[in-house]
Design a protein around this ligand. Structure first.
Ligand SMILES: [Zn+2]
Length: 385
């Protein structure tokens, strides 16, 4: 399918969280010919940008030579110049990589600048190559982070390493409750009460944090006991979203905060994917509601029966796709499609399964390393029915 007119040019003006990229709409796009160029490049500094550009230029040269002169070379050159334009601008603050999807003949250009790292890659295919972006999406789900002590709280969301402050609150314990004349005991009781009502306000901020239920979870950070006291005041729904506590000072550097928070979030993601892998293993052992092998998983996806698709991270399943009817299969590439006689091209089946999952609304989980999933050939599915 061709991209919609309003999806033809996407060039955000700021670093973009990977969760803001419409992977589903991207997965709908394809053509019968290899007209979509996907570029993943590092771009954290001018010198890194320079070396990325020279790597990509050499890939372009090789690709240009390998294309049949007549029908693909001209379109490829117009696509190439779109990409060259997108690579030219200097890195933004905090930028680490760029992901570019382009097609000259359709004037299609998406340029995403990210605060995340990617491995350099250039692919010319019948559709935008989404697998590396999909893996990032799996690793960098948004999460909330609360930094607090007993008189100050700052609530953030962390989206692909980008810190956004959502609310801030504080009380001035010294001014509100002057010590003058009060007994030490009375002072301390009043102080405790003030802290308690301050923490209750912070709990309210958390309840109001938009989308918390859809985020990966929440990290609570800060010095001393306030975070533990706050934990005790949380409702069970919010409490179960807490991924971990961090003991840090209120003056912690934002970059360090993000680093530590990301570590907790990634641990959570790893344990989720281990859980999914265990769920698949037990479905296989019970002998029900699972599919294994690329072709059976493909069929189940097409029938809309897949609840979770599990892909082994970094795995390659060689196969082919029909450029005309989009049928794909594991194994060696036939001369032409047995179904429609169309032209075929070689693909990594994982990419095709991922796109199909996106189009059919199945959850996708990348599994780091799992012997069982590997023994199944790197792909498996838990079925709804
Ligand atoms: Zn076909």
């Amino acid at each position: 399918m061709e991209p919609n007119p309003d999806f033809k040019r996407i060039m955000p003006e700021a670093l973009l969280p990977v969760t803001d990229i419409d992977l589903r709409a991207l997965s709908e796009i394809y053509d019968e010919k290899d007209i979509y160029l996907s570029v993943y490049m590092k771009s954290s500094s001018t010198s890194e940008l320079d070396s990325s550009r020279s790597f990509i230029a050499s890939r372009f040269k090789a690709m240009d030579k390998s294309l049949p002169a007549d029908d693909l070379r001209q379109p490829f050159r117009s696509t190439m110049s779109l990409v060259e334009e997108a690579m030219a601008s200097l890195p933004w603050k905090g930028e680490r990589s760029r992901v570019i999807f382009a097609c000259g003949p359709l004037s299609f250009l998406h340029v995403y600048r990210l605060g995340l790292e990617v491995e350099p890659l250039v692919v010319l295919d019948t559709s935008p190559f989404l697998l590396p972006l999909a893996r990032l999406r799996d690793d960098y789900e948004d999460y909330g982070l609360l930094l607090l002590n007993s008189q100050e709280a700052r609530l953030f969301t962390i989206r692909s390493r980008l810190l956004e402050e959502k609310s801030q609150s504080s009380i001035d314990l010294m001014n509100k409750h002057k010590k003058g004349g009060w007994s030490q005991m009375r002072y301390s009781r009043l102080r405790k009460g003030a802290i308690k009502s301050f923490l209750a306000e912070v709990v309210e901020d958390l309840i109001r944090l938009e989308g918390l239920q859809n985020m990966r979870g929440l990290v609570i950070a800060g010095p001393g006991e306030a975070k533990i006291e706050l934990m005790e005041m949380l409702s069970p729904q919010i409490k179960e979203r807490v991924m971990g506590l961090l003991d840090v000072s209120m003056g912690v550097k934002p970059a360090d905060l993000v680093e530590m928070g990301d570590r907790l979030a990634l641990d959570k993601e790893r344990s989720l994917s281990r859980e999914r892998a265990a769920e698949l293993r037990s479905a296989v052992l019970r002998g029900q509601l699972y599919a294994t092998g690329a072709d059976k998983v493909r069929d189940a996806l097409q029938q809309g029966r897949v609840k979770s698709l599990l892909l082994l991270d970094g795995f390659l399943i060689p196969g082919w796709i029909c450029e005309s009817c989009q049928y794909f299969q594991e194994g060696s590439q036939p001369e032409s499609c047995p179904r429609c006689n169309g032209r075929t091209s070689r693909v990594n089946i994982l990419e095709e399964l991922y796109e199909l999952a996106q189009r059919t609304g199945a959850e996708v989980e990348f599994v780091e390393e799992d012997e069982f999933l590997r023994s199944l050939g790197g792909v498996g599915a838990i079925l709804r029915y």
